[in-house]
Design a protein around this ligand. Structure first.
Ligand SMILES: O=P(O)(O)OC[C@H]1O[C@H](O)[C@H](O)[C@@H](O)[C@@H]1O
Length: 467
C-alpha cells in the first residue's frame, strides 16, 4: 500500500485506493494524538470541499476526534480552505482538519491540517503526525467510541466574507459598476467571490456554480487549459474582468476582458505594486523559489526585502507571521497579505484584483504593461514532466551532481539548493528543477528578460536531465 505522507500541502490519495475510510480514520487518530499532546482542552474544526464523499470523510474525522474526547465543530456545508483557516483564528481553536484534494483530479481526495495560527501545518508538525500514523498502522487503530455530544455544527460564511471585505478598499468601487465573470470551477468558491463582489456593487455573472464531483471533465485548477469555458464567455459578452478559484478556493485565476489569461506570477507582482502604493508600510515581500524575480525588483525599488522560500505556502506563511511581509505569493496561484490569515486565499486575491482594476480604471493587461515599462519585462515558463519513477530518480541524481558552469551560453553565477536546484545565470535569468511534492512529476521552471533565451535555457536543461 502507498505510504501516507504529508507532501507540499497535506496528504492526498486516490479515493478507494489509499484514500479509504480506514486510512482517513488512521490520519484523524494521528492528528487527534498530536492535538492532545500540544493543546489543553482542544477544539478542532472540521471542514470539507465538494468532492465525492467529502462530507462523509469529514464526519468520520469528527467521530474519531470525539472518541479522543476532543470537542469538534463540524461545518454545516462545504467551506473554502481559507475560510476554514479564518475560522480557526476567529474562534481561537486549536486547529482544523480540511477534507480536500484541492485542484487534483476528481478521483483524489485529501486531508490538510491547519494548526491554531490559521495557516498550513509546517513540516515539524506534519512529521509528528506522520510518525503517529506509522505507529498506529503498526499497532492497529483499536476501537473507537464516537461521542456525538462533543460534535457541534457551525457556519462561518458570513463572518469570513465580512472580514475579507474589510481588507478591501470599498471606496475604489464607488460610482463604478464593474462587470465581472466568476468561475468557482464547481468548487468551494461557489457563493463567495460572487457574493462579495455583489456587496461591492459589481454586476456579476457566475458559471460552473453547482456541485459536480467530476469538475466538468477538467482539473479544478484555474489555468489557461482548464478555463476554456470562461474564456469563451468572456470573449462573447462584455466584461471588465474574469475571476476564478480552484477546488478548495485557496488558489486564484484571473482573465483579462479580451480573454487573455493573466498568469499567477503577473497577478502577484501587479498586487505587490498596487498594495505598496495603497496600503501601509511593511518590511518585506515573500515569494517561493519558483516565483518571478519581478518581485525582487519591486521590493528593491521600495527598500523592502524580498524573501525567497522553498515551494509550499507553509513557508510563505512563516514570512507573513514573522517577517512583516506585505504580500506573500507563489507562481502556482497562491497569495495572502498582511492583516489576513497566513493561508493562501483565492477569494481574497480575486477581490484584490477587482479592487485594483476598479481603482486604476484599467484592465489587468494595461496595469501590467505600465509596471513592465518601469521595471522591464521578464518571461517565465514552467514545464511539468510526467515520467517513470526510475527516470525521475535518475534526473534528480543528475541535479545533485550538476557541475555545469554555463547554460545556453550564459555563465552560472549562483547555485541554490534549498528546494531542488536553482541556478542563477549572468543576465539575471534563472532556472529551477525540483520534484513536485503533490504530484508524480518533475517541474522545470525558468525566467529570463529574453524570451528566446528562456526557450534555449529550458531546452538545454531538459537535454542535460534526459527528460
Ligand atoms: O510543486 P508542488 O510541490 O506540487 O506544489 C505545488 C503547490 O501545491 C499546493 O497547492 C501547495 O499548497 C502549494 O504551496 C504548492 O505551491
Amino acid at each position: 500500500m502507498k505510504k501516507i505522507t504529508f507532501g507540499t500541502d497535506g496528504w492526498r490519495g486516490v479515493i478507494a485506493d489509499d484514500f479509504t475510510f480506514e486510512n482517513v480514520k488512521v490520519v484523524a487518530q494521528a492528528i487527534s494524538e498530536y492535538v492532545l499532546e500540544n493543546y489543553e482542552n482542544p477544539t478542532i474544526i472540521v471542514g470539507y470541499d465538494y468532492r465525492f464523499h467529502s462530507e462523509n470523510f469529514a464526519k468520520v474525522c469528527a467521530e474519531v476526534l470525539s472518541s479522543n474526547a476532543i470537542h469538534v465543530l463540524l461545518s454545516k456545508q462545504p467551506i473554502p480552505t481559507p475560510a476554514l483557516a479564518h475560522a480557526v483564528v476567529k474562534k481561537g481553536v486549536s486547529g482544523a482538519i480540511m477534507i480536500t484534494a484541492s485542484h487534483n483530479p476528481y478521483y483524489y481526495n485529501g486531508i490538510k491540517f491547519i494548526p491554531h495560527y490559521g495557516g498550513p501545518a509546517n513540516t515539524q508538525i506534519t512529521d509528528k503526525i506522520v510518525k503517529n500514523v506509522e505507529r498506529i498502522q503498526k499497532e492497529g487503530l483499536g476501537s473507537l467510541n464516537p461521542d456525538e455530544k462533543l460534535i457541534e455544527y457551525f457556519d462561518h460564511k458570513e463572518e469570513y466574507i465580512n472580514d475579507v471585505l474589510n481588507l478591501i478598499d470599498k471606496k475604489a468601487f464607488e460610482g463604478k459598476t464593474l462587470k465581472v465573470l466568476v468561475n468557482p470551477m464547481y468548487g468551494c468558491g461557489i457563493g463567495y467571490v460572487d457574493e462579495a463582489l455583489k456587496r461591492l456593487g459589481c454586476e456579476v455573472k457566475v458559471i460552473n456554480n453547482w456541485r459536480d464531483p467530476l469538475f466538468g471533465g477538467h482539473l479544478p485548477e484555474p489555468n489557461l487549459e482548464n478555463m476554456k469555458d470562461l474564456l469563451e464567455v468572456i470573449k462573447s459578452e462584455k466584461f471588465d474582468l474574469g475571476l476564478a478559484t480552484d477546488g478548495d478556493a485557496d488558489r486564484f485565476g484571473v482573465v483579462n476582458p479580451d480573454g487573455e489569461y493573466i498568469s499567477a506570477n503577473e497577478v502577484i507582482f501587479m498586487l505587490a505594486d498596487y498594495l505598496i502604493k495603497t496600503r501601509g508600510k511593511a518590511s518585506s515581500i515573500a515569494r517561493t523559489v519558483a516565483t518571478t524575480s519581478m518581485l525582487d525588483k519591486i521590493a528593491e525599488k521600495h527598500n523592502m526585502r524580498c524573501i525567497e522560500t522553498p515551494v509550499g505556502f507553509k513557508y510563505i506563511a512563516e514570512c507573513l507571521m514573522k517577517e512583516d511581509s506585505l504580500i506573500g505569493g507563489e507562481e502556482s496561484g497562491g497569495l495572502s497579505i498582511k492583516g489576513h490569515v497566513p493561508e493562501k486565499d483565492g477569494i481574497l486575491a480575486d477581490l484584490l484584483v477587482a479592487e485594483t482594476v476598479a481603482k486604476l480604471q484599467k484592465s489587468p493587461k494595461e496595469i501590467l504593461k505600465s509596471i513592465e515599462s518601469e521595471y522591464g519585462k521578464l518571461y517565465n515558463k514552467r514545464i511539468d514532466v510526467r515520467t517513470t519513477s526510475q527516470k525521475k530518480e535518475e534526473a534528480l541524481e543528475r541535479i545533485k551532481n550538476f557541475g555545469k558552469s554555463e547554460v545556453a551560453g550564459l555563465k552560472c553565477t549562483e547555485y541554490r539548493t534549498r528546494d531542488g536546484l536553482k541556478v542563477i545565470l549572468e543576465d539575471m535569468s534563472w532556472f529551477l528543477v525540483r520534484p513536485s511534492g503533490t504530484e508524480d512529476l518533475i517541474r522545470i521552471y525558468g525566467e529570463s528578460p529574453d524570451e528566446q533565451k528562456l526557450e534555449k535555457i529550458l531546452l538545454d536543461v531538459r537535454g542535460y536531465l534526459g527528460l
